[in-house]
Design a protein around this ligand. Sequence first.
Ligand code: MLT
Length: 314
Amino acid sequence: MPVPKILISDALSEAAVQSLRERGLAVDFRPELGRDRDALLACIDAYDGLAIRSATRVTEKLLSRAGRLRVIGRAGIGVDNVDVAAATARGVVVMNTPFGNSITTAEHAIAMMFALARQIPQADASTQAGRWEKTRFLGVELTGKTLGIIGCGNIGAVVADRAIGLRLRVVAYDPYLTPERATELGVEKLDLEALLARADIISLHVPLTERTRDILSAETLALTKSGVRIVNCARGGLVDEVALRAALDSGHVAGAAFDVFVTEPAHDNPLFGHPNVVCTPHLGAATREAQENVALQVAEQMADYLVQGAVRNA
Ligand code: MLT
């Protein structure tokens, strides 16, 4: 039987290459292809497996050129860049790695909360510009505040755990959260309206679906507490950016920290330029540890499928 061949078309940790080779697979590591559509279209028919992060878009057109393809492995959680229905219709299995970057992403959300509460990016820019504005940056303490987590799965649960350690009260909206799990996590399960009314800080940890798109809209933002702070390290599109900008401009929302945007890469965005907004360029999963974890996990899963037919996280 010919050796299965895998193309890595995004910037995955090279740990994946080694792991795949150790498992007897042939690998081409060509991370530049994620942004070179024509070159990717031209070579995809040579591969049994495609390992990606978020830059490679797997469309119907790409799949139609991928006659040998049997598996797509996403080193990360979101498969928004893959046409899963089209892949499934062609018998191509789509796998993700739902656990490898949860801690790192949760840590980013916590870092964003501190950045908002103490205006760290703004204070840093001011201090390094030679201004010594001690009275300008009066912050708020996180201890004793109520954190509202929307989505209490792998990442939301780690955020809750860290936040409880920081002495915040944690309330959660998640239709899939059982009362037993809520008790185990030490969070209070609420419906969305109750969470919006109680939270001093809201952090989103749900995938983007038709049900969650604009879960924070003009209407739902109006139900939040005056002075609320909002953190989004999950997906662009969960929050209506134009409505949020209006709520920031009116002062109803005291601050927003966003790692993800409706359009990415985000070169321009309704939130940009507001003095109480902190932004990062989709860095939620960007630590050495998380990237190595997801690369190793995706390599293992893809090899197991191509060699033994074992399916995990599909
Ligand atoms: C994910 O879906 O795993 C994260 O958003 C990180 C990434 O895009 O790689």
